[in-house]
Design a protein around this ligand. Structure first.
Ligand code: ADP
Ligand code: MG
Length: 250
């Protein structure tokens, strides 16, 4: 199948990495990864601790420069570009470390995010949509600093949504959440999922089952298997690496 309408990628993929590698003191953390994501996909990246997920995520989001290889967005080389440049190109990033401002209200936070990339009238429309989708409408006037951990995470997710990025990259969106908050996050992702392209790096397999379509499994810095979620969960290799943890002698 070729590129989707509006994809505009010479390679046919919205995001692609070629031979992406990172070594720390000679030890490979990510080892020659060729990753491809088409427009409209929701992909979960999973793998045991130490598999290289975070290192991969950081290279794609401009937080780490690769030792070798390239990152292409819409066929354009964006290797080593900074986060702000990537944002301007349409890549929305939610890291694990909250980047919300405690002193602002929920509404102000979302407006600020939307206004960075959209005109005032458009921003107002977008923010209304995000408040409805995230269920944050009820706390729109509250200061972010007063909110519970889960709600703060949703504000941050809402801020990424408010920029309307072409690609959303979410690093462990359920980190530190209660099971109830995790289930609500899965619901939220399913709600805003239509028409979007999303990568979710996630540790919580239960959550992955709730949201996933396609899954890429990392192991020892490489892609072990890439398949629909049911197939991945049933694969004996995946079970083996999860049971074996991140051992490098496996
Ligand atoms: P994951 O996110 O899948 O748990 P990481 O990308 O964090 O895996 O780690 C992959 C490997 O790289 C691990 O062996 C880890 O110890 C190593 N590593 C990650 N970051 C650093 C760093 N800043 N310095 C040295 N080694 C690192
Ligand atoms: Mg990690």
């Amino acid at each position: 199948t070729g590129p989707r309408a509006g994809g505009g990628a010479m390679s046919g993929f919205l995001l692609e990495t070629r031979g992406l590698s990172k070594r720390f003191g000679g030890v490979p953390a990510v080892d020659g990864v060729d990753f491809r994501l088409a427009e409209g996909e929701l992909r979960c990246l999973i793998g045991p601790n130490g598999a290289g997920k975070s290192t991969f995520f950081k290279m794609v989001t401009g937080q780490l420069s690769p030792s070798a290889g390239r990152v292409l967005f819409r066929g354009v080389d964006v290797t080593g570009e900074h986060r702000h440049r990537l944002a301007a190109l349409g890549i929305g990033i939610k890291t694990q470390v909250p980047s919300v401002f405690d002193g602002l209200s929920v509404l102000e936070s979302l407006r600020l995010a939307a206004r960075r990339f959209h005109a005032a009238a458009e921003s107002a429309r977008i923010v209304d949509g995000v408040l409805a989708d995230t269920g944050l409408g009820a706390v729109a006037a509250r200061r972010v600093g007063e909110l519970a951990h889960g709600q703060r995470q949703w504000v941050e997710l809402g801020m990424v949504l408010a920029r309307q990025p072409a690609l959303m990259l979410l690093d462990e969106p359920t980190a530190g959440m209660t099971p109830d908050e995790t289930a609500r996050t899965a619901e939220l992702i399913r709600k805003f999922r239509p028409g979007r392209t999303i990568i979710v790096v996630e540790h919580d397999m239960h959550f992955v089952r709730m949201i996933a379509e396609g899954v890429t499994v990392f192991h020892q810095g490489r892609i072990l298997i890439e398949a629909p979620v049911a197939e991945v969960m049933a694969d004996p290799r995946v079970r083996a690496v999860y049971l074996g943890g991140g051992r490098r002698d496996a």
